[in-house]
Structure formats: C-alpha cells, structure tokens
Design a protein around this ligand. Structure first.
Ligand SMILES: Nc1nc2c(ncn2[C@@H]2O[C@H](COP(=O)(O)OP(=O)(O)OP(=O)(O)O)[C@@H](O)[C@H]2O)c(=O)[nH]1
Ligand SMILES: [Mg+2]
Length: 274
C-alpha cells in the first residue's frame, strides 16, 4: 500500500525540515511505502531549499513548487493529483507543516485506514482528543465552524474542520469531478461533504492539536468569512460537477486546469436544508 502525505507550505522554513525527519522516523510503524509531497507556494523564507536539501538524503520526498500563494485547497488538489499520477498512491494524507498535527498520530490513523475506512480524520473533539494548542478565540472559531458544518452539511463526524486526514484513493479521486474550492480552508468541509455524498466510510481517531511550533498563521478574517459562506452555499446548493473552462463560474477559479472535466452540470446533494 502506498501512502502519500501531502504537506502544503508557505513560509515554514523553521518547521518543515524537522517535520520530515520526524515523519520518516515513524516509517517502521506505517507498514507501507511512504511518500511526503510538499507543495510550496514560492515561500520567500526559502522553505523549498530546506526540502531540496532533504531530497538529497531521502528518496521518498517530492516537492511541488508553485508560483505564488494559491490557497490550501488547490495545494492539496495539486498534491493529490501528483500522488495519484506519479506515485500510484492508494491513500493520500493531509497535514500542516507546523507541528500542530503531531506525526505520532499517523500510525493510528493508518490503522483505521487499513480497517477499510475511506476517510480517516484525526479529531480534537472525540474522547482522547484535545485542542490545547488553540487560543480561546481560535477555539471559538473552530467550534463555530464545526457547528455551522453540522447544521448545513450534516457530516457524521465530530471534527469536520480538522486538517489532519488520510483519504483513500477512491474517495479523493472523486474530488476531481466536482467544483470544490481552490482557495482556503473551505476545501476541508466541501471535500467531507462530497465524500459523504459519494457514500464513503468515515472514522475518527483522537489527537491533541498542539501550538504552532514556529512561524505565522495564514488564517485570517477573510478565510473565516469565505469558509462560512462556502459552507452555507454548499449546504443549500450542493456541489457542482466540473464543467470545464467556464470563467464565469466563481468556483472555477480553481487552479485545476490539468484535471479532467465531465462536461456535465448537475449538482450533487442540492437539497435545500434551511
Ligand atoms: N502551499 C500553500 N500552503 C499554505 C497556504 N496557506 C496555508 N498553507 C499551509 O497550510 C498549513 C495550514 O496553515 P496554517 O497557517 O498553519 O493554518 P492554521 O493551522 O489554521 O493556523 P495556525 O493555528 O495559526 O497555525 C500550513 O502548513 C501552511 O504553511 C497556501 O496558500 N499555499
Ligand atoms: Mg497551523
């Protein structure tokens, strides 16, 4: 089984090297071929140089370099696309570069994946999990985002906004057929919504969300606003199938030009819930 962990980075020079070393030290606990795919958006701090240096030491690291910050969603989509096309991945993983997602949780996530779960979420909000790395204001945002997601998208999990995940190829490949958000954190709930509509199985394993080790957050008010709007829109209108190069479609701003298109226009799950 091939697992490809995708790690988006923007100015994570202080974190990414240590993170890669720590993931690699767990290799024997993850009985599979493991790749780490870093998607860097031309970080001015030289994050990519750290990754390049480690690529001379380890043969299972890949680096996708993009021209400018282009959002979390599109970074994951590009990382997934690369993992399927070039590495033959059976599973893809999502994690932050800043140690908020402790690599030591990966083995228990991997175990849950191997029990046949398509979507394995590392969860702060089940027994054994915690969000101690979040400030009280960020806790409020996180709880609010989860409440909004529950109300509008009805996804059967406790932590719908977690960014620490392992997804089966059959689930993640479903994303390429739909107009999911290219930008930002909204991708996380839209993708879960789609997995639910595609009938995928879910599982949550507990983890402790830690404080960012170094560097600065990329979460801002604009992101929170976009997240809320996208969650509500998705709950009400569902997700559109991708229909090619429609420049007027606000959601086709996705930088997914090399992904397949369906030519169809119907939505999935377009059931008004409010
Ligand atoms: N390639 C790429 N990576 C990004 C972009 N935005 C965020 N990231 C990375 O995505 C991960 C999550 O971003 P964070 O800023 O840590 O978001 P967060 O965890 O919600 O915020 P903090 O709690 O403050 O860390 C980090 O590894 C970032 O470097 C982007 O536009 N492009
Ligand atoms: Mg973070």
């Amino acid at each position: 089984m091939i697992l490809s962990l995708v790690v988006p980075t923007y100015n994570e020079k202080e974190n990414i090297g240590q993170l890669i070393e720590r993931i690699i030290s767990l290799r024997t606990l993850i009985p599979s071929e493991l790749f780490i795919v870093v998607v860097d958006d031309n970080s001015p701090d030289g994050t990519a140089d750290v990754v390049k240096r480690l690529m001379t030491k380890y043969d299972n690291i890949r680096l996708i370099q993009r021209g400018a910050p282009n959002g979390l969603g599109s970074a994951y989509m590009d990382g997934f696309s690369y993992s399927f096309d070039n590495l033959g991945a059976d599973y893809v993983g999502e994690m932050d570069a800043d140690f908020q997602h402790p690599p030591e949780t990966i083995p228990s996530m991997w175990e849950a994946s191997n029990k046949g779960n398509d979507v394995v979420l590392a969860s702060r909000y089940i027994e054994g999990g915690s969000s101690r790395g979040l400030s009280s204001s960020r806790k409020l945002v996180s709880k609010g985002a989860n409440a909004l997601t529950r109300a509008f998208l009805r996804i059967p999990v406790k932590d719908a906004t977690t960014g620490f995940r392992i997804i089966s190829a059959r689930a993640a490949k479903g994303l390429f057929g739909y107009a999911v958000s290219a930008k930002g954190y909204a991708f996380q709930v839209e993708s879960l919504y789609l997995y639910k509509k595609l009938g995928m199985s879910f599982s949550e394993v507990p983890f402790s969300f830690e404080t960012r080790k170094s560097g600065e957050t990329k979460l801002n008010f604009k992101e929170i606003y976009r997240f809320a709007l996208t969650t509500i829109k998705t709950g009400v209108f569902g997700l559109k199938k991708r229909k090619g190069e429609d420049k007027d479609d606000e959601r086709s701003d996705a930088n997914f030009s090399r992904f397949g298109t369906t030519g169809e226009e119907e939505s999935i799950g377009a059931v008004p819930q409010v």
